[in-house]
Design a protein around this ligand. Structure first.
Ligand SMILES: NC(=O)c1ccc[n+]([C@@H]2O[C@H](COP(=O)([O-])OP(=O)(O)OC[C@H]3O[C@@H](n4cnc5c(N)ncnc54)[C@H](OP(=O)(O)O)[C@@H]3O)[C@@H](O)[C@H]2O)c1
Length: 255
């Protein structure tokens, strides 16, 4: 399996969860270099160490940084430019979900969510553009919540709806450059965002069971299942998929 043979990829938020699983899949599929980012340096170092222990060639590289800080992204892309000179794939994945109930919304909650999930995606993509080659693929992390209305998550949901919208418009903005932009919309995926959160285990399992019960495939998803779809969108196998939203949710968004 070498769909990504020789490709250079950048994945934000790759020291955990979907981002880390995607880095692993990219390397397994032959990527020449995968740049991983995240704010927590120790987790990032451990992610890079574990990937380079699995795959030959020291092809995983960590660059610590925060997507809400354009200077950090500038430093990331300077690093990539100096080492390899170009990028084939950007997966703007960094993010988190947090409840923010209408009626008690604070400016801080709104700014933190929008800065990470909306502005972070804008800077991640815009600053990468000068390095992205013809035939490049940009993948944005949206969510099924962008089209659903789970209570207390209006700000997170609106952020993901914005991301889904970016995929459509940016695909058009990049017309003629042969650079594709697509969004993925995962359903409920078991990642450290859930398993290492403060949510009590019983409550979390109750939610997982509920989510499974309303999903046509009657289960929640695994990060590897998301990673495989991202790898497809990163590869030339999806060369005519552009401006799309790909649901990875067992059918949950459809019900
Ligand atoms: N799991 C799900 O059910 C699900 C469903 C739909 C969509 N998603 C989306 O999938 C993406 C990945 O989530 P996940 O479930 O894999 O969660 P996760 O395991 O918690 O991973 C989130 C990653 O984002 C990084 N991150 C967060 N804020 C950041 C920032 N400001 N700058 C740089 N990195 C940042 C985290 O690293 P640091 O904390 O070290 O920065 C971590 O690497 C998110 O955008 C999430 O909204 C998840």
């Amino acid at each position: 399996m070498s769909r990504l043979e020789g490709k250079i990829a950048v994945i934000t938020g790759a020291n955990s969860g979907i981002g880390l699983a995607t880095a692993k899949t990219f390397l397994a599929e032959g990527a020449a270099r995968v740049y991983l980012t995240g704010r927590r340096k120790a987790q990032l170092d451990e992610a890079v160490r574990s990937l380079n222990a699995l795959y030959s060639g020291e092809r995983a590289v960590g660059v610590q940084g925060d997507v809400t800080k354009p200077a950090d992204l500038e430093r990331l892309y300077e690093h990539v430019k100096a080492e390899v000179g170009h990028i084939d794939v950007v997966f703007a994945n960094a993010g988190y979900a947090a409840p923010a109930p209408l009626g008690s919304l604070t400016e801080e909650q709104i700014d933190e969510l929008f800065n990470t999930l909306v502005k972070g995606v804008i800077w991640t993509v815009q600053q990468a553009l000068p390095l992205i080659d013809e035939g490049g693929s940009i993948i944005l992390s949206s969510s099924i919540v962008g089209t659903k209305g789970f209570d207390n998550y209006s700000i997170y949901s609106a952020s993901k709806a914005a991301v889904r919208s970016f995929a459509r418009t940016w695909a058009s903005d990049l017309k003629g450059k042969n650079i594709r932009v697509n969004a993925i919309s995962p359903g409920v995926i078991e990642t450290p965002a859930w398993t290492e959160s403060d949510i009590p285990r019983e409550q979390r399992d109750g939610f997982f069971n509920y989510a499974a019960s309303i999903t046509p495939l009657v289960r929640i998803g695994h990060e590897e299942e998301v990673a495989k779809v991202v790898a497809f969108l990163a590869s030339d196998d999806s060369s005519f998929v552009n401006g799309s939203e790909v649901f990875i949710d067992g059918g949950l968004a459809q019900v």
